[in-house]
Design a binder for this molecule. Structure first.
Ligand SMILES: Nc1ncnc2c1ncn2[C@@H]1O[C@H](COP(=O)(O)OP(=O)(O)OP(=O)(O)O)[C@@H](O)[C@H]1O
Ligand SMILES: [Mg+2]
Length: 494
């Protein structure tokens, strides 16, 4: 016999995948156990627990009766009934062919066995919730090549988890690229960080990206044709002075002045498109910059590459994210950059379930093709049900933290076969920083206490009352100052 202390014994009917047990001791949900039967030692996870007492049954209606029974019996008659999900033989994690027989002892798994299962990867994210002596380390190759989704309600600890993973990737000299929708990560204190301004050089944009920024709608065919011609002429090195946008405008103005435009709608269209290009220049002044280096040339291996999208609108964020994803996939195909891990915060905005966006197209393509070329995706979202199901189901790894809404939970379960009903039921009772890790990056599902990232993530819970106090103090001071000034003024006049 091997392993830790006996905590229970199997009862009733079991399958090769799960067994019920009773116990007098109270295990914790998520705790790992081993069951020995038919020459195998099988690992299991306690997934649900019920506690009861035959003497204190549910139909008692007088609290005094309960007190009398307790006085007479103590708590000795109480039992714990639970369910164990069988995860596979400790040696090779293969699910046994036969179920455990009734009477099989359920033992607490020993720390050494657990370490062999959970501590072999290269990205430490925390420790087992049920045993803080066991580090949980994830397989970096599997995480990057088979994509990751981090899902939880707001404030549950997604950004903290991202930071812990990014710091580990920096140590591995990897290439995390963070699309930072709320300007949280630039000053988070990573050991190496490369802050990248969200500036785009229009020369490197595709026509579809440019058209979106210029805001030519999908039904404005004439405007689109006129803009495309001017865009292509400027791109193919149209002669003359001026920036790329100036060249486009000049081309459009030449067209407006020419005799070629015959119908009224064509004349209106050219005036409209010229206005739109001018509006675009004003709106994105400082962002679309003909002197900006290519954004991909600024990426650094071994650093957290933070693209700050906190102050740009959703359309611009869509264009910049899709542009970087498209170019990254292309560069990986031609072997021009190291494998990259693209972390997309607020993924439900960039890849929404119900409407097309440029980013969604490229997120979906990388989700399908990225594995072959070493481009990984990390989709982070607090609204899984609003996130594109195609991309989500391509993420073969998931870190799920507290999730309350049943529709979100079901959506996550549909895209992750490994999430059993019992684990699903755990999701609403997880505390901040507690997570279920699933997928190829971990040998078996784990309930984890994620490390607290030691740096400072800006998106953490704001100190609202502190800010009220500070502002009120400042206002009082200003009032006092004003009063003193007025008194001074009066004294001087008198
Ligand atoms: N593993 C952890 N241990 C201790 N504290 C944590 C842990 N994870 C998160 N926290 C704390 O919880 C707060 C919220 O965390 P975080 O910003 O990571 O949540 P989030 O899920 O990203 O929220 P949002 O959806 O608003 O972006 C922070 O103040 C953070 O310090
Ligand atoms: Mg966050």
């Amino acid at each position: 016999m091997t392993g830790g202390s006996v905590i229970g014994v199997c009862i009733g009917e079991a399958t090769p995948g799960e067994a019920a047990f009773i116990s007098r001791e109270m295990p914790v949900t998520g705790e790992y156990v081993t069951l020995e039967f038919e020459d195998a030692r099988v690992l299991g996870m306690v997934e649900s627990l019920v506690r009861g007492s035959p003497a204190i049954s549910g139909d008692i209606i007088d609290p005094d009766v309960v007190e009398r029974i307790l006085k007479f019996e103590g708590t000795g008659g109480q039992y714990v009934r639970g369910r164990v999900r069988l995860l596979g033989d400790v040696k090779d994690l293969r699910i046994p062919k036969v179920p455990p027989p009734p009477g099989t002892k359920v033992k607490r798994a020993d720390t050494e066995t657990l370490r062999q299962l959970f501590s072999t990867g290269s990205i430490r994210i925390g420790t087992l919730l049920s045993n803080p002596e066991v580090e949980v380390k994830l397989d970096a190759n599997m995480m990057v090549s088979r994509h990751l989704a981090i899902l939880a309600i707001t404030g549950a600890g997604k950004s903290n988890t991202v930071s812990v993973i990014v710091e580990a990737l920096i140590k591995l000299e990897g290439m995390p690229i963070i699309f930072d929708m709320h300007s949280e990560y630039g000053d988070a204190g990573f050991t190496s960080v490369k802050k990248i301004a969200p500036r785009l050089n229009p020369v490197y944009l595709s026509f579809a990206e440019f058209k979106m920024l210029v805001d030519v709608g999908k039904d404005a065919y004439i405007q689109e044709r006129l803009l495309r011609k001017a865009f292509n002429a400027a791109k193919s090195g149209m002669k003359g002075r001026g920036s790329f946008i100036e060249k486009i405008l000049r081309k459009l103005e030449e067209k407006a002045d020419s005799e070629e435009l015959k119908t009224g709608s064509e004349k209106n269209a050219i005036a409209g498109v010229i206005n739109k290009v001018e509006d675009f220049e004003n709106k994105y002044e400082g962002l679309v910059d003909p002197h900006a280096p290519h954004i991909l040339d600024q990426l650094e291996q071994g650093s957290a590459n933070v693209i700050d999208l906190g102050s740009v609108d959703e359309d611009y964020a869509d264009v910049i994210v899709s542009h970087i994803l498209r170019r990254t996939l292309y560069k990986r195909k031609t072997g021009d950059m190291p494998p990259a891990f693209c972390i997309i915060e607020e993924a439900h905005i960039l890849a929404p379930a119900k409407r097309p966006t440029h980013s969604k197209y490229w997120i979906d393509r990388i989700a399908r093709e990225g594995r072959k070329f070493g481009v990984g995706l990390c989709l982070v979202s607090q609204r899984p049900k609003s996130l594109d199901q195609n991309s989500l189901s391509q993420a073969n790894n998931t870190i799920i933290m507290r999730l309350i809404e049943p529709s979100d939970q079901r959506h996550v379960q549909q895209s992750s076969e490994r999430l059993s009903d019992d684990l699903l039921a755990q999701l609403s009772s997880l505390n901040i920083g507690e997570a279920i890790t699933l997928g190829l990056m971990t040998k078996i599902p784990a309930l984890v206490k994620i490390d607290k990232y030691p740096g400072k993530i800006k998106g953490g819970d704001p100190d609202i009352t502190g800010e009220w106090k500070k502002r009120a103090q400042k206002q009082r001071q200003l009032k006092k100052q004003k009063k003193a000034e007025i008194t001074d003024l009066y004294t001087n006049i008198i």
